[in-house]
Design a protein around this ligand. Structure first.
Ligand code: SF4
Ligand code: SF4
Length: 136
């Protein structure tokens, strides 16, 4: 039996509380653009996922969050694109069909970060951030 199957509801609730306490979503440009509190944060958590209210992507700071490193995540924008596993499935499907799911992102620039933060984000999110210099 896998580790996740053995996790009790109490353990899951405890883990979610910890992830929420570490989550830096509220400081990110996409969350701030919302202009109000969302119903929840920690969008990367398996029982959370996509926000019901955030739709416009303006940069994702998940790449510098401790949870991101701890979970060895490779995707981003959990508030708009859903949890890591669902994104990986979408990426695999897009690759199978011969096109990139990230193409639409390249249409936007991201000027809300200072160069040092942006460099860190680019490093950790492996190119999934909006590409300022590469418009489609
Ligand atoms: S990885 Fe992103 S969504 Fe998950 S806890 Fe960190 S900032 Fe929040
Ligand atoms: S998941 Fe990423 S884009 Fe969405 S609010 Fe959190 S840090 Fe921002």
């Amino acid at each position: 039996m896998s580790e996740s199957m053995k996790t009790t509801p109490e353990e899951k609730a405890k883990r979610l509380k910890m992830v929420e306490s570490v989550c830096i979503c509220k400081g990110c440009p996409t969350y701030k653009a919302l202009g109000k509190e969302d119903e929840y944060i920690a969008y990367c958590f398996p029982t959370r996922g996509r926000s019901n209210v955030i739709s416009e992507e303006k940069g994702c700071t998940c790449g510098v969050c401790p949870i991101y490193a701890q979970m060895k995540f490779t995707t981003a924008y959990y508030c708009t694109r859903d949890v890591e596993m669902k994104q990986k499935v979408a990426i695999a499907e897009a690759a199978w069909k011969g096109h990139s799911v990230w193409d639409h992102l390249r249409k936007r620039s991201d000027t809300d970060f200072d160069p040092r933060t942006r460099a860190k984000m680019v490093k950790h999110s492996r190119g999934h951030l909006p590409q300022k210099d590469k418009p489609l």
